[in-house]
Design a protein around this ligand. Structure first.
Ligand code: GLU
Length: 434
């Protein structure tokens, strides 16, 4: 074999290893386990998801063809309560990704101390190639395939990448039809008219903002006058974070999405950009003419105060971590930074507010929605937003206290230590059945 080919293959293997989310979830888990001297048996339990379901199911397409789709639902751990976590539709979603995302949900719900375990689901599909009708059929058949795993006391799905309140309404309806009664609290992130919570749609982005504000305050910076922000990803999380930060005086100088990027050193007018994307193909920012065009990869090296990766996993890795000059990274996405990149960021002195804290606003308001549905008693938006802020601010400070207590190098490790302590304590209190 030629030397260059050999080198390329080696590089691919290293990259695949670096970017396997399940490997990364295990690396993070082991690191925190060492820091808190976690019992080996408990660690072993947490290295394995409790339940994994892989399903293939047929869907009749608009043209009469029948296509077979593959789906997953993984329950990582349920020591602290019913499993909780979103469902993503993506062409490249696989079991290792869903396992990692489920584990991150276990840690996330523990960090903010809401009474859940962690789960995640996914369907391998390209939503841009599906009609609305096909998406509905796919959602119904997928829900039917996982129906024995889910339930308000068992496992409560929610939106994630490429899923939304309308999809949650179909999931709720499918579950309710099979059971024979309406069960609102089987999923969260539903439309408000159908048992959804006010504030849920914005909640993840709002949480990213709240944790950023706390971190800046800690550095004696006032949020957000003059704070320069770059946002990778303009879906639910990125766009709501951008909007809230903009309303609060933040200067969003760059935004990218799957299709392109825009840049304006004086700050992008976010309400205008949102209006543009609401009408553009795939709701993309591409072609927005009131700012300069930016190559997607350029977002990482921009001279900003805050970089917010709000797209997907592995975006900050060995290939670009060294270029980052932001002072603070706030992770709106799940798993956007690889452990190898984390090491580089520590050396560079860049603080990272980890996903399991920074993007926990979504699941926190999901918890409020679940409670409201179970009680059939609904809150106003101020109550929701105040309760969210209280939980996230408290959690931010608890994570910082743990960082000092265990003398760990990053907020990620601290958040993991806090989560692990809580989950391990629940496992120990419950004991091993039978
Ligand atoms: N998919 C979101 C997350 O990753 C929300 C999960 C939920 O609300 O259950 O946190």
């Amino acid at each position: 074999m030629e030397k260059t080919t050999k080198k390329r293959i080696q590089k691919t293997i290293i990259k695949e290893h670096e970017t396997n989310p399940w490997n990364n979830a295990i690396i993070q888990l082991e690191k925190a386990a060492t820091s808190i001297s976690l019992d080996k048996n408990v660690l072993n339990i947490l290295k394995h998801p409790v339940r994994v379901l892989i399903t293939s199911f047929p869907v009749r397409m608009d043209d009469g063809r029948i296509e077979v789709f593959k789906g997953f639902r993984v329950q990582h751990n349920m020591a602290r309560g019913p499993c909780k976590g979103g469902i993503r539709f993506a062409p490249d979603v696989d079991l290792d990704e869903v396992k990692a995302l489920a584990a991150w949900m276990t840690w996330k719900t523990a960090v903010v101390n809401i009474p859940y375990g962690g789960a995640k689901g996914g369907v391998v599909c390209d939503p841009t190639l599906l009609s609305e009708n096909e998406k509905k059929h796919l959602t119904r058949r997928y829900t039917y395939s996982i129906i024995n795993m889910i339930g308000p006391n068992q496992d409560i799905p929610a939106p994630d990448m490429n899923t939304n309140p309308e999809i949650m309404a179909i999931m709720m309806d499918t579950y309710s039809m099979i059971r024979g009664y309406t069960q609102l609290s089987v999923v969260t992130g539903k439309p408000v008219e159908l048992g959804g919570s006010l504030g849920r749609t914005e909640a993840t982005g709002r949480g990213v903002f709240i944790t950023m504000e706390e971190a800046l305050r800690q550095q004696n910076l006032r949020c957000c006058d003059g704070i320069k922000i770059a946002i990778q990803g303009f879906g639910n999380v990125g766009s709501n974070f951008a909007n809230i930060a903009y309303q609060r005086g933040g200067r969003i100088i760059a935004v990218t999405d799957l299709y392109g990027g825009v840049y304006d050193p004086d700050g992008i007018n976010i309400p205008h950009l949102l209006e543009y994307t609401s009408k553009s193909q795939y709701h993309s920012i591409k072609g927005y003419s009131d700012a300069n065009e930016l190559e997607k990869h350029e977002i990482f090296a921009l001279p900003v105060d805050v970089l917010a990766p709000c797209a997907t996993q592995n975006q900050i890795n060995v290939s670009n971590a060294d270029d980052i000059s932001a002072k603070l990274i706030v992770e709106g996405a799940n798993g956007p930074t690889t452990p190898k990149a984390d090491e580089i960021l520590v050396e560079k002195g860049i603080e990272v507010i980890p996903d399991i804290l920074a993007n926990a606003g979504g699941v926190t308001v999901s918890y409020f929605e679940w409670v409201q549905g179970l009680q059939s008693f609904f809150w106003n938006e101020t109550q929701v937003n105040n309760a969210l802020k209280e939980i996230l601010v408290r959690s931010f400070h608890e994570v910082n206290q743990v960082k000092t207590k265990y003398n760990v190098d990053t907020l990620r490790s601290a958040a993991m230590c806090l989560a692990l302590k809580r989950v391990a304590h629940a496992i120990n209190l419950r004991g091993i059945f039978p």
